[in-house]
Design a protein. Structure first.
Length: 115
């Protein structure tokens, strides 16, 4: 079963997006090390957005993200700062709920970070 890792990302400040990317990548790596099969849209697309001048906002990526979430058996929600205010995370939670995809919340602490 593939699990989808959702987390807040969008910001007008690139240093916030970069920090969030590293936090998300760390948790994705931990989940993979524990035997999970993880799809993380942030870790999959962060470099594409930066290197090829693609938009970094949720609106641009949501169509792709929800289509991929449709194929997943679980939604993990990483509770980084701002997750409750993230429109993208809210849409992913709503989509999972509407499609009977279980949602599991992962708290974030500094000890969550691997590298």
């Amino acid at each position: 079963m593939i699990s989808y890792l959702a987390a807040p990302y969008s910001s007008i400040h690139i240093h916030i997006r970069d920090r969030r990317y590293h936090q998300i990548a760390s948790v994705a790596a931990q989940l993979i090390k524990s035997g999970e099969i993880i799809y993380s849209p942030i870790t999959a697309h962060h470099h594409l957005a930066n290197d090829y001048d693609l938009p970094s906002d949720m609106t641009y990526w949501l169509k792709q993200n929800l289509e991929l979430l449709r194929h997943c058996g679980k939604l993990y929600v990483l509770q980084l700062d701002g997750w409750k205010d993230s429109v993208g995370v809210r849409r992913e939670i709503d989509y999972a709920t509407e499609h009977n995809i279980p949602v599991e919340y992962l708290p974030w602490t500094k000890s969550s970070f691997i590298g």
